[in-house]
Each structure stands twice: as C-alpha cells, then as structure tokens.
Write a protein that binds this ligand. Sequence first.
Ligand SMILES: Cc1cc2nc3c(=O)[nH]c(=O)nc-3n(C[C@H](O)[C@H](O)[C@H](O)COP(=O)(O)OP(=O)(O)OC[C@H]3O[C@@H](n4cnc5c(N)ncnc54)[C@H](O)[C@@H]3O)c2cc1C
Length: 278
Amino acid sequence: MKPAPFSYERPRNLKAALAVLGQASDSVKIIAGGQSLAPMLNLRLVQPQMIVDITALAELKQAERHGDELVLGACITHADIEDGRTPDVTRGAMHRVAAGIAYRAVRNRGTVGGSLSHADPAADWVSALAALGAKLTLRSSAGSRMVAMDEFVVGALECALRAGEIVETIHVPAMGATAHWGYVKSCRKTGEFAHAIGAVLIDPSAGTARIVIGAIDAAPIVITDAAKLFGGRIAGDYKGRFDPRVADAILAKAGVSNAAHRHIHVSVLTRAVREAAA
Ligand SMILES: Cc1cc2nc3c(=O)[nH]c(=O)nc-3n(C[C@H](O)[C@H](O)[C@H](O)COP(=O)(O)OP(=O)(O)OC[C@H]3O[C@@H](n4cnc5c(N)ncnc54)[C@H](O)[C@@H]3O)c2cc1C
C-alpha cells in the first residue's frame, strides 16, 4: 500500500520546525529516520495531513559531553552510537545496546529520539535509557521542559509528548566508575524486536541499583528501589542474593498474568544481573 496524501515540510532549523509544529493542526507527524513511521504510513495506520521532516535540523544531530552527562540530539542515529561518533559516558553500555538494534540498515537511519517518541515497549532505548537514568528535553514554540525517561513512556506507543512538542535532546548521566551494567534481551531471531528485556545498573559501592523489565506490552517497569530484589541490600555479593520470586511478584502486580511470559522475563532479568556481576 501507499500512504494517504499529505503535505510535507522540511525546515532548516529548529526554530522554523517549532513554528511549523506550533501552527499545525492535530493531524501533523514528525518524521526522523522513518523506520517506524514509514511502515505505519504505508499501511495507513496513521494518515496525517502534514509531515514535518526533522532530518535537516543540525541542532538535533549534536552529541557532546557536558560535565557529568552526555547530551545527545534527538536525531543521533543508532549507528552513530554503534560507530563511536558520540562520546562514551557509559563505558560501552550504549554502544552495545545500539549495536543490538535490528540490523544495520535500520540502525543507519533510525534515531534515538524517534525510537523514544514511538514508545514501542519492545524498543531497546526505551528500557536501556530508563535504566541509565536518562532525561529528555521536550521543546515547543512556547518553551522547554525536562522529563525523566521513567515518566516519558506512559504506555504501549504512548509518550508524554504534547501537541507541538519535539524531543530535542537526551541527557545521559555518566556511569560511575564502580557501577556494573547488564543488558539482556530475548528475541526469536536477530533483528527482531525483543519479547523480554532486562536492564540492570548496579553500584555495589554506593548500594544503589536501577532495574528495568521491558517489552511487557506496557511502559517498562522501572525499579529504582531495587534492593528488595536482593534481600534488602545491594552489596558486592548481590548476584547470589538476587531473588527471582520478587521479580515474578513485581511482574504479576504489573498485570503480566501469563506465568510462562513472567518466567521468560524473570530468566532474562536473571541473566542481566549475572552479566552485571561478571
Ligand atoms: C525491521 C525493523 C526492525 C526493528 N528492530 C528494532 C529493535 O530490535 N529494537 C529497537 O529498539 N527498534 C527496532 N526498530 C525500530 C527502529 O529502532 C526505529 O529507529 C525507531 O523505532 C524509530 O526511529 P525513527 O528515527 O525511524 O523514527 P520515525 O519512524 O521517523 O518516527 C517514529 C515516531 O516518532 C516520532 N518522532 C520521531 N522523532 C521525533 C522527535 N525528535 N520528537 C518527537 N517525535 C518524534 C514520529 O512522529 C513517529 O511518531 C526496528 C525497525 C524496523 C523497521
């Protein structure tokens, strides 16, 4: 199938893009890499009257370290991170996540901002950036606001963006020298979306942990008080104290009623904890 007719704008700078988005009706869609939007247009699952192409916005292609955080423009592609064209503040964690997304043709065009805005629960950045404690700057012609990743994805294919807003930048805190990272996803075959994701950021020295259970057909489960998964205490020997029953109970409480699905999620999370501890 082919998309329904639409008008097309390709602004040359962010200010012009925000002006177009601010004046447009509800029936407007931003396009970045087009890896999710184009198939939806072709299948006529979305039929916007206008498409605003943000691929010419140099402001959204910057990637710089500012102090203790990486500030990524929304149009940075998965391949930019995979190929090391962005500063590494996560000791290789983001590089590994990027390299595991789909296959190279998708990674060449797909953007981090597009992936987060699309808010597919099975998308890698949705879980990984929540575990890394990232925040997003959302900008409109009226101003900007910052939203934590934990609050940005509110449901399957639903995010906190308001009409006229764009994801401008993603702010990723630098990973501490004593932090451990584990990221495991389960896919039927390479290049497919995951059906379970476990992301783990543990700092045994600080006694802190963030754990994300993703690809659950809803917003990912972000556990910031993750000590309860380790008998109440995060310390050097945390791997041996990981309690899968607590993870199972969290999934059940989140509405994952199928025991087989919970088992897959718990197994994937257990592997992510082991990877972090290795
Ligand atoms: C075959 C295939 C396999 C894939 N496998 C995986 C996978 O394993 N893991 C994974 O994570 N992803 C996967 N993807 C998705 C891919 O990562 C896309 O990059 C991503 O979903 C969308 O990014 P995009 O830049 O192409 O966005 P687009 O398709 O251009 O846009 C997606 C949505 O986001 C909105 N949008 C885009 N940019 C912005 C912005 N800056 N501000 C506000 N709204 C914006 C658009 O309006 C649209 O609603 C796969 C895609 C394909 C085609």
